[in-house]
Design a protein around this ligand. Sequence first.
Ligand code: ADP
Length: 284
Amino acid sequence: MGYQLKNVTVKYNEKIALNNISCAIEDGKWIAVIGKTGAGKSTFVQLLKGLVDFQGEYRLHNKPVKVSEKGKSPALQDIGYVFQYPEHQFFETTVYKELAFGLKLLGQSEKAIKASIFAMLAKVGLDETILTLAPFQLSGGQKRRVAIASILLMQPKLLILDEPTAGLDPISKLSILHFLKEWHLETKCTVLFVTHQMEDVAEYADEVIVMQGGELQGHLNTNQLFLQQSHILSTAGLKTPDHLRLLNIVEQLIGEKIAVANCKEQTIFTAVKPYLQFGRELDA
Ligand code: ADP
């Protein structure tokens, strides 16, 4: 099951954007897609949604996806795609109509649509009072929540998020990541998360796909990437998260490795804390 690519190449005119990519995406995982600008991340996720022509083999839940289907096959419709700055694509006059649009296309009754929208609002932390507002009256963070909620309402099996928190303040960003993670754990949907924020990768992802120059540089477990194979990050021109740099600095100072269970910020802070306190006592 899941999504398999075998020797897939994507070209824009004659320019190669993805070069002979092979990989398997398992169901139920939260996977970060990272790489410098131009590395091929957006093309990679657009390919999975069936939005670009390709050469090679793409199998979705064991069925081949044909180039000609371009987003039309029913299986591809199970993939929710949140574009960068999705609120730029709002086109309805009220938030309610914006949220109801996809469900109406599915032929759901007005009663069922209303119930789904109210349940979703609570999940994404929005107040019912916004439903009658025009989308442009919302704050940046509210707009992004509405845009993501409109995709979640379609109950995708695979959710693609192309830099879902770009341009948001840190508080809005954290609360959006938090509800996305809760939703992922609750529905067990697969998440492909394109991001430049390595801290978010270390915190949220189960696995990481590293892209560089249109090639797949690595597909590995998040802890393995940050704790054992961080050279892949520097080769791909990416930054090590600050808390893991702190771990490296403390390890250099004490001249030994510190055992840590995972690469999450809280785990690392707990592991280095005794050494930092020891240092302060020495200074005193
Ligand atoms: P990323 O998302 O990592 O920034 P992209 O997938 O957007 O990378 O781009 C990969 C390569 O394909 C880049 O060299 C980019 O310039 C090129 N590219 C992307 N979209 C198009 C397009 N519509 N037409 C021509 N070239 C494109």
